[in-house]
Design a protein around this ligand. Structure first.
Ligand SMILES: NC(=O)C[C@H](N)C(=O)O
Length: 341
């Protein structure tokens, strides 16, 4: 059983492709003391790979530069381009696993998107770093080493898209960037799936939601994503943003609500009117440690024909809404998807 052996004793190495998209893991600062002030997306994939020679003990690794951007600037077109390339590679018999290096700001969105649309059991691991490679105690090298270790391990198959940050193996569905100044930045409200230590994975739990192989969505059948936007709730909020987003063409609006996705009484009439005009209203929550929005609690969703995002934070709810809307504009179907994915 190769899984029990240290990586360097594996007789036949897996083939892992690293798709680089930019981010801080490819960032560079002016001095080693610059851990937070630097330029993202500077270093190319070949240099990233050359920077961690130990990868060669884990897998036959090759790189491709898909994008070179800071992840806050990722577009829907970028997501589709990346997703389609992942699908092509996953189809290829000589690829065993795929690693995607990515900025951390929207890493949770890309990981969830791929988790929904990639029809493969092969490991797909998304990884980033909180400090550029030029900084003292840079975290990118180890995160990348761990990503390749997980992507090359047959035990990682069929577990959905994974994220390796800070020695943890997280579900791409659940994980979220919770703080932007620590290397312990990525957390799931429901806990990590496992740990990766010295190149070996230790698993503790499995995702319960539908993903990848078991998903009804397929990147090969998606040619564009509809406009879905997010409006942030707070005390004294008014309906200006909601109306403007709908005016600009949003097919669904994610309400980044307070608490249990609650909606200010000043905003309720506008959301009712927008729904009547055909815009989907999806109640999520912006509480920090993870929201949990219940249907018909706080607001009568059945009566207003609104959808609740369950435990998906607003940015993840946006991803599922976009993907779901490529199949249906029926609010009940969308609600089913929000329970199942
Ligand atoms: N740590 C990071 O990667 C942050 C960077 N702004 C990015 O998302 O590309």
């Amino acid at each position: 059983d190769t899984a029990e052996q240290p990586p360097q004793q594996k007789s036949k190495l897996a083939n892992v492709v690293i798709l680089a998209t930019g981010g801080t893991i490819a960032g560079a600062g002016a001095s080693t003391a610059n851990s937070a002030t630097y330029q993202a997306a500077k270093v190319g994939v070949d240099k990233l790979i050359a920077g961690v020679p130990e990868l060669a003990t884990l897998a036959n690794v090759r790189g491709e530069q898909v994008l070179q951007i800071a992840s806050e600037s990722i577009t829907n077109e970028n997501l589709l381009q990346l997703g389609k390339r992942v699908a092509e590679l996953a189809d290829s018999p000589d690829v065993d696993g795929i690693v995607i290096t990515h900025g951390t700001d929207t890493l949770e969105e890309t990981a969830y998107f791929l988790n929904l649309v990639e029809k493969t059991e092969k490991p797909i691991v998304v990884v980033g770093s909180m400090r550029p490679g030029t900084a003292m105690s840079a975290d990118g090298m180890l995160n990348l080493y761990n990503a390749v270790a997980v992507a090359s391990n047959p035990e990682s198959k069929g577990k959905g898209v994974l994220v390796t940050m800070n020695d943890e193996i997280q579900s791409g569905r659940d994980v979220s960037k919770m703080i932007n100044i620590k290397t312990e930045a990525f957390k799931s409200p429901w806990g990590a799936l496992g740990m990766v230590v010295e190149g070996k994975s230790y698993w503790f739990r499995l995702p319960a939601k539908r993903h990848t192989q078991n998903s009804e969505f397929d990147i090969r059948q998606i040619s564009s994503l509809p406009q879905v936007d997010i409006a942030y709730a707070y005390g004294n909020v008014n309906d200006t943003a909601y109306k403007a987003l709908a005016q600009s063409g949003a097919k669904a609006i994610i309400h980044a609500g307070t608490g249990n996705g609650s909606v200010s009484s000043k905003v309720v009439p506008a959301l009712q009117a927008l729904r009547k005009d055909g815009v989907q209203i999806i109640r999520s929550s912006h509480v920090n440690a993870g929201g949990f929005v219940l249907r018909n609690a706080e607001q009568p969703d059945d009566k207003y024909d609104w959808v609740v995002a369950h435990d998906l934070n607003p940015q993840k709810a946006r991803i599922l809404a976009m993907v779901g809307l490529t199949k249906t504009n029926d609010s009940k179907e969308l609600q089913r998807m929000f329970w199942e994915y």
